[in-house]
Structures are given as structure tokens and as C-alpha cells.
Design a protein around this ligand. Sequence first.
Ligand SMILES: Cc1cc(NC(=O)CCC(=O)O)nc(C)c1Br
Ligand SMILES: [Fe+3]
Length: 248
Amino acid sequence: SHSVQSTNVPMSQRSDYVDLCRNIIRDMDLYGVCVLDNFLGYQRGMTVLDEVLNLYNMGVFKDGQLVRNKASNNLKTIRGDQIIWVDGREDCCKQIGQLISDVDAVVMGSNKMNDNGKLGNYTINGRTKAMVACYPGHGSHYVKHVDNPNKDGRCITAIYYLNKDWDIKENGGLLRIFPEGWSDQVADIEPLFDRILFFWSDRRNPHEVQPAFKTRYAITLWYFDGNEKEEAGRRFQHASDLNSMQVP
Ligand SMILES: Cc1cc(NC(=O)CCC(=O)O)nc(C)c1Br
Ligand SMILES: [Fe+3]
């Protein structure tokens, strides 16, 4: 993981912007996973957390949908996260909107900056809205899964974490990625405040959220590869798949 110097200038004007993008390109090419700490800096991180807490206290989060648990073959609550989709222009989400444009800046910057003008051979041309998620913390978890197993167009998952003073031993909530091809290695990522994580959304990165015992917040964006999304649009797509993503 890399640490970002905290300043308050917009991302693309930062002095270390180019380095940040190069770090993302290198880590994504080498590992398919990249972690940046102190992404917004403490002050701005706190303003984003305040907006998320405000949304949560307004009671606008919805329960994540139930997913059939193949093992027990009955409809069981196997994901405890509560979610709300935000596009960042709402009055109550201006700071989340700033976070989104900073993530856009580094993802699009990395996409342009790579020698062949592509990040991992993708042409990123869009993204979903921001999915703000909260794990209530009574052992809520998320079973091992792949974000995009069937080429729906999503190529990069970006997750920004908001959890201050998080003690993984006490609070759990570890994100464990099982990178394909690294048979015995796993990537254990603690959901720490002002940390951002990028990983390829496809079958290269099955991942799970281990049970959390303290309220755990995260904001996720999925970036689209133009060609794959175009192709997916042509193929029959179950309405539920499209429902689970909201595109601005
Ligand atoms: C709605 C939805 C959420 C997630 N979230 C995570 O994997 C948790 C990552 C973390 O919070 O560390 N993944 C998928 C494929 C869907 Br769909
Ligand atoms: Fe996921």
C-alpha cells in the first residue's frame, strides 16, 4: 500500500498525482490489487464520513438483497450490508461527490497515462453511481464472490473505507481477496479510514468480507470498460443484474 501526502488541492492538480497514477498502474499490472492510504487526507476524509453518518441516521439505507445460499439451499440472509446509491450531486452528498471526482481523476489518469493509453488493456469510459454500504456490525458479513463473473462491463472495483480507529482483531470486517493464480496467497485488507482499494472486478479477484462486530462503512464505485459493456448490452442481461448497478 502507498501513502498519499495530504493536501487540499484537487486531485489532478496535486504534485504527486502522476506518481499516484503510476503506482496504481504498476500494482494493478503486477497484483491486480492496489491499496492507497490517506487518499483524501484526514480533514476531507472526515467530511465524507460525516455525510455518510448523516445518511445513515436519516434511515435511507436499504437492506442489501438476500442471496440464495447454495450450501443450505434456502433463502438465508447471507449478506448483512445495508446500501444506498448516491451520484454525488445531491445536496446532502457534496463531499461524497468530491471523493467520486478524485477517484475518477486517478482511475482515468491511470487509464490515459499507461504507455498504450490503457489500464490493464481496458478503455475505461464510465462508472456506476457510488454505492454507500454499511455493515451493521452484529457479525454481518459478505460471502466469497466475484463482482463481475459474466462480463457485464465492470472492470475495476474501487472501494473507499471510512472506519476510524478500526481494530481488526476486535472489530473483524476484514476484506479477504483470493487473487487467482496466487494459489496459497490471500490479500487481507483492513477497512481503514481514508484508505482506497482498487482491484479487477472479474474472476481474478474472488473476495469476502469477514464478520464485522462494529459498524463498518465503505463507498464502492465500479468502472466500465467501453467494449465489454457495449458487448454486454448486446447480450441478454437479466433485469436483476442491471438493477443491482445504477449508472448516472
Ligand atoms: C452490492 C455488492 C457489494 C459488494 N461488496 C463487497 O464485496 C464488499 C467489499 C468491502 O466492503 O470490503 N460486492 C458485490 C459484488 C456487490 Br453486487
Ligand atoms: Fe464485491
